[in-house]
Design a protein around this ligand. Structure first.
Ligand code: UFG
Length: 340
């Protein structure tokens, strides 16, 4: 069988880099694209080390239409996995135009270049943020959709654009993958989440407290309607998430049917569950202060994963202890991230 050729945008980012490795392991030919606006070129050396071959890479911004046209003119692709996007909820409320320009502009530029070269198979990075404040738990794919910030609005709009594209042209096969809370790192400790500045998300912040880089964790809210009063989320190991992308891609290539699927574990863990699991994994303590709720946060969010289990044949296999152990290994081996 001829090898399938896949273009990855946002390829050197957290989820992109782990998915890249998994695609190579599954026999795909991969070309990565990134502009390093939120990642480091050092990821390419790490991927080289892990995969044993030099990764094929083009430095480009997905919003640059001529650069994207050049990528598709140079070689043929069977499919694209589109990760490249801005992703910080708080920042999106301060810089809405940057979020709309990047996340919507980039998606339009990319899909126009794809359509121009008869490449109509796409896996899109969506997010559980499209469920807004969920009405019931676990969250199924047919739950009501809404957005509470510009970042969420770009994911919701991205989904709408791709659904409309599928209605207009049945030649498109698109997977909308709604990620819950991706954490962890590759078990080698060579690639992982490398946030710039103060981490926005819980797990990288906890890792930096455990490492002594930050003094204390602020627990946002302890009066939520959850067993211990702290927010509950569906944390999913990035390697399980990466495997979900490969399964979704294979599904599109095999069936030519579009799909919208949650990728989570189906289990919820509180902030304090994460803190305690991290303390066990690291053998250190993670001092906490309870502070006010963070605006926009919901009590609890976790996925119904029946659809991905049954239709894609995919299931998350790694538990919270593994997520913390892998995140800790990455933190210890790269105390200043990849840029440092
Ligand atoms: N939290 C703290 N202290 C911190 C950071 C987070 O207590 O310093 C708490 C939050 O209040 C929440 C939980 O830890 O209860 C998880 O927070 P994250 O910021 O790690 O993740 P979110 O669930 O808020 O956001 C994630 C992604 C978003 C996505 C959203 C919904 O980061 O991109 O899930 O799917 F929009």
């Amino acid at each position: 069988m001829t090898q399938m050729r896949v273009l990855l945008t946002g390829a050197t980012g957290f989820i992109g880099s782990h998915t890249w490795l998994n695609l190579l392991a599954c026999g795909f030919q991969v070309v990565g694209v990134d502009d390093f606006s939120n990642s480091s070129p050092a990821v390419l050396d790490r991927l080289h080390q892990l995969a044993g071959t030099e990764p094929a890479f083009i430095r480009a911004d997905v919003c640059d239409a001529s650069a994207m046209a050049a990528v598709f003119s140079r070689e043929r692709f069977d499919a694209v996995i589109h990760f490249a996007a801005l992703k910080a909820v708080g920042e999106s409320t301060e810089k809405p135009l940057a979020y709309y320009a990047n996340n919507i502009g980039g998606l339009l530029t990319l899909t126009q270049a794809m359509a121009g070269h008869e490449c109509k198979t796409l896996v899109f990075s969506s997010s559980a943020t499209v469920y807004g404040k969920p009405e019931s738990l676990p969250i199924r794919e047919d739950a009501a959709l809404s957005s509470t910030n510009p970042y969420g609005a770009t994911k919701l709009m991205g989904e709408t654009i791709l659904r409309d594209l599928g209605h207009a042209d049945a030649g498109w096969a698109v997977a909308l993958l709604r990620y819950f809370n991706p954490v962890g790192a590759h078990e080698s400790g060579l690639i992982g989440e490398d946030p710039r500045g103060t981490p926005n998300n819980l797990m990288p912040f906890v890792a930096q407290v455990a490492a002594g880089k930050r003094e204390r964790l602020k627990v946002f809210g302890h009066d939520y309607a959850t067993p211990d009063g702290t927010g509950v989320r569906d944390y999913i190991h990035v390697l399980d998430l990466a495997a979900g992308h490969v399964d979704a891609l294979n599904y599109l290539l095999d069936t030519r049917q579009s799909i919208t699927a949650n990728l989570g574990t189906g289990r919820g863990h509180s902030v304090l569950d994460v803190v305690h699991a991290f303390e066990r994994a690291s053998g250190t303590s993670v001092p906490c202060d309870f502070v006010a709720r963070r605006p926009g946060d919901v009590d609890a969010s976790y996925a119904d994963v029946t659809l991905a289990n049954t239709v894609l044949g995919w299931e998350a296999t790694r538990d919270l202890d593994t997520m913390c152990a892998d995140s800790w290994r990455w933190q210890r081996m790269n105390p200043n991230g990849l840029a440092g």
